[in-house]
Design a protein around this ligand. Structure first.
Ligand code: GLN
Length: 445
């Protein structure tokens, strides 16, 4: 049934790059047979899931939204995918994304833009827009994305679902096609905190294939009910909550603050003077790391090749990269290479790292006084297709989400009760306090 819903939603929204029809049915049947033989059902038995197409799936094409990987079929599964499947989940499709995760609108995919099911003339957000749509349109209850600077939380906000990025290291990055390794983290879309907890529990934990993976405290912690938020101290980040936001977003924040107070939480403002500089730091650090990570897609060992070998290695690399990377990816590689080059390194990359540290220190101090921090998820609801043609304008829309990636802490976007287009608010928790995010998300359901 999920597959036929996927077919219908695909025609309207282009949320998928590859649908796994036969393979998914075969998996579901094999699971049925095991259960019929008396095996105890695993926690996600038969749950259909969608997976962003920058997460490797064994035997299933994985493109990262790029022409350069159009025909890449990985011989292995990303650890998160293998663990979800071991828990009984069935991957029904690979979802559309901005090429290599670079973008906030899903218009930068080599496989065409994704449309928002709430209004087909609007974007679903990005870069994990396809996964957000798969959940928002009711194709699957759970989907995986990646979040380097907000790519799970911002599309969750634009499509009215939950989007969760745990603390850096909680989910293995093995088998994630790398964008910016110090910021990349796998994230989950869902409709309830309980579903998110089930998926996270199945996937979390150290992985010998990712040296930055961690042993995390249990995420299935009691989600509690309403009144249990009493005494929870929530700090509303002043610099991100004011005039730069659209009226819908301010309304969403206001309603959430009121709901939190009704549930017994204490909400007050906290000032993080460097928070607004997060975007500038992110748009140096992320492209710098991307320029290094993407160097492997040169048409030699990895990625498609354009041009015959008699042209020589340099020329073939130049042609392959020029023809197979989209404009946003080329822009990032140029910015990143420039920021890392001799003579500019200290002025750009070095300075961005200092700002990253200042922000992390400010956030750490704020967590001394607050259990959670609160911001909008994005400064506006979903843009119209084609509305943000200027890359700088697109980058500025990431001001709220990049904070958690720069710091490495967990964050969740929770849909706010709004009359018009969906609009989320974001909570940040101290490192490894991810269960607290699930608790607040559950209480606000
Ligand atoms: N929108 C941000 C960017 O373009 C974040 C992307 C992401 O989290 N993958 O870099």
């Amino acid at each position: 049934r999920a597959l036929s819903r996927a077919d219908r939603v695909q025609r309207e929204t282009n949320a998928f790059i590859t649908l796994c029809g036969e393979a998914a049915l075969a998996r579901a049947r094999a699971l049925d047979a095991r259960l019929a033989a008396g095996e105890a059902p695993p926690p996600l038995a038969g749950v259909p899931v969608a997976v962003k197409d920058n997460l490797c799936t064994r035997g299933v094409r994985t493109t990262a939204g790029s022409r350069s990987l159009e025909h890449f079929v990985p011989p292995f599964d990303a650890t998160v995918v293998a663990r979800l499947e071991a828990a009984g989940a069935v991957v029904i499709g690979k979802t559309n994304l901005d090429e290599f995760g670079m973008g906030s609108t899903n218009e930068h995919s080599a496989f065409g833009p994704v449309r928002n099911p709430w209004d087909l003339e609007r974007v679903p957000g990005g870069s994990s827009g396809g996964s957000a749509v798969a959940v928002a349109a009711g194709v699957v209850p759970l989907a995986l994305g990646t979040d380097t600077g907000g790519s799970v939380r911002q599309p969750a906000s634009f499509t009215g679902v939950l989007g969760f990025k745990p603390t850096y290291g909680v989910l293995s990055r093995s088998g994630v096609i790398a964008f910016a390794s110090s910021l990349d983290q796998v994230g989950v879309f869902g409709r309830s905190a309980r579903d998110l907890a089930l998926a996270l529990t199945a996937m979390a934990g150290p992985d010998p294939l990712d040296a930055t993976s961690l042993e995390a405290p249990p995420l299935s912690a009691d989600l509690g009910t309403g009144t249990e938020l009493s005494g929870l101290r929530v700090g509303l980040i002043k610099e991100l909550s004011g005039a730069g936001n659209s009226p819908e977003v301010r309304e969403a924040l206001g309603r959430t603050t009121a709901a939190l107070r009704d549930l017994g939480a204490e909400v007050s403002e906290v000032s993080l003077p460097h928070a607004p500089y997060g975007t500038a730091a992110y748009y140096i650090v992320a492209p710098a790391e991307a320029s290094s990570n993407l160097a492997r897609f040169d048409g030699m060992v990895y990625s498609r090749r354009v041009g015959e070998s008699r042209l020589g290695q340099g020329e073939v690399m130049r042609r392959s990269r020029g023809a197979l990377f989209g404009p946003e990816v080329r822009r990032r590689i140029l910015v990143g290479t420039y920021a890392l080059s001799a003579g500019y390194y200290e002025a750009f990359y070095g300075k961005a790292l200092k700002v990253r540290r200042l922000i992390a220190d400010e956030v750490r101090r704020a967590f001394g006084r607050f259990d959670l921090l609160l911001t909008p998820t994005a400064p506006s609801p979903a843009y119209r297709l084609g509305e943000v043609a200027d890359p700088l304008r697109m980058y500025l829309g990431d001001v709220d989400t990049v904070l958690a990636n720069l710091v490495g802490c967990g964050a969740v976007s929770v849909p706010a009760p709004t009359p018009g287009l969906p609009c989320g608010v974001q909570f940040l928790a101290p490192p490894l306090e991810d269960a607290r995010l699930l608790r607040v998300a559950g209480a606000l359901e």
